[in-house]
Design a protein around this ligand. Sequence first.
Ligand SMILES: C[S@@+](CC[C@H](N)C(=O)[O-])C[C@H]1O[C@@H](n2cnc3c(N)ncnc32)[C@H](O)[C@@H]1O
Length: 131
Amino acid sequence: MLEKMDDFFTARVDGYDEHMRNTIEGASSFYKYTASLLPEKSGAKVLDLGCGTGLELEEYFLVNPFAKITGIDLTEAMLKALKENLADGEFYHYDTPLTVEHEKETLLAAGFTKVEELGDWESTHTLKAVK
Ligand SMILES: C[S@@+](CC[C@H](N)C(=O)[O-])C[C@H]1O[C@@H](n2cnc3c(N)ncnc32)[C@H](O)[C@@H]1O
């Protein structure tokens, strides 16, 4: 059965964080790893595409509490959960249902000059896009 993206995540927002943390392989390391790649400079600006409930941001704020994040997400329920999780924060986020190859193509088409895959955990991949 095909579900619309926002319907899929809206139906699963309750328990999403627990599911990600406890059942997705590598979750205990890939959020930390991704956060370690982001800028540490106070006030750094980061665009989070597909921010969901903010699990990545929670880890990043431990590294850089004064980062300015723009989070984009199409699922209102996920953004509502993010605001509850990060009640004192600012958010801007985006995530796409693309294959890794299409995500690389999209980043190159958006103007990044180079896109590298730094690591993968089964279906989760860490990409580095260079300006
Ligand atoms: C698997 S969750 C990942 C959430 C978060 N990045 C994390 O690691 O926990 C994917 C998120 O991307 C959002 N999403 C998927 N396609 C999107 C699109 N085209 N534009 C904006 N958000 C999108 C979904 O609503 C969902 O919240």
